[in-house]
Structures are given as C-alpha cells and as structure tokens.
Unconditional design. Structure first.
Length: 138
C-alpha cells in the first residue's frame, strides 16, 4: 500500500472563509505567493501555516514569551496532534535563512528528548511538505 500523499506543488487547500467556490478545493499560490522566493514576510508565512493547522484540525501555539524565560531559541510554532498523538516543534524561516545557534541548540535538545523538531521555509510550503506533515499529524 502506497502511503505517499500527492500534493500539487504551488497549491494549498482553500483556507479563506470568504471564498465563494463550494466544496473542498485547492488554490494556486499566486500574486505575492506565486514563488517561494517571494514569500519573505515571516508574519505572512506564519499566518498561512497557522491557518493550515486549523484547516486540518490541529492546534498550534506561537510563543514568543518563552524566549524571555531562559528558553532562548524556542521554535516559532508548537503544533499539537488532532486525532493522532504527536507534537511538532517548527522554526519558521524566510527563504534563504537558517536557524540561529540558539535555535539549532534548542532543536538538538528537543530532538534528544524525543521531540519532532524541524525548520520550515516557504519552499516547504510551496512543495507541499508542510501540508503533508500536518495531514499525517491530524
């Protein structure tokens, strides 16, 4: 049995409540989101990811307050599984950027402790990797 999901690159499920198209459907990333290189605004990228989490019935938390409590390098998002057990720790980075030394160290700590840590970029969104991981967690 093939358990691989096929997601068309450059598309996302409809996450816009104002959309007039009925039923389940996908939209092409277009305009400012047409290419992964153009998705440089971290708040915009984070907004799309958090909306996808809600779309797939997952809870996610964006905590910046933890950084001030001695937890420097804490990932941008903590995503909690829906019907399946699991938790993802995801650092979101703009196209062409990588995690800081503190973020890499936190990622190693979370992974050693059994956590699922990774860095997501707009390229991961564009290629369907983020959506695939969220579906598997949901």
């Amino acid at each position: 049995m093939n358990d691989t999901l096929v997601i068309a690159p450059g598309t996302i499920p409809c996450i816009d409540r104002r959309c007039k198209i009925p039923g389940n459907h996908r939209h092409r990333l277009q305009g400012e989101y047409a290419t992964m290189e153009s998705m440089v605004e971290d708040p915009t990228f984070r907004s799309i990811v958090t909306r996808l989490c809600r779309f797939y019935g997952l809870q996610c938390d964006h905590r910046r307050a933890l950084a001030g409590n001695g937890l420097g390098g804490w990932p941008d998002l903590t995503i909690f599984g829906g019907t399946k057990k699991g938790i993802l720790f995801r650092e979101l980075k703009r196209f062409g950027q990588g995690p800081s030394a503190a973020q890499r160290e936190m990622g190693r700590l979370l992974t050693r402790s059994g956590g699922d840590f990774a860095v997501w970029t707009p390229e991961h969104l564009y290629r369907g990797i983020i959506e695939t991981e969220l579906i598997r967690l949901g």
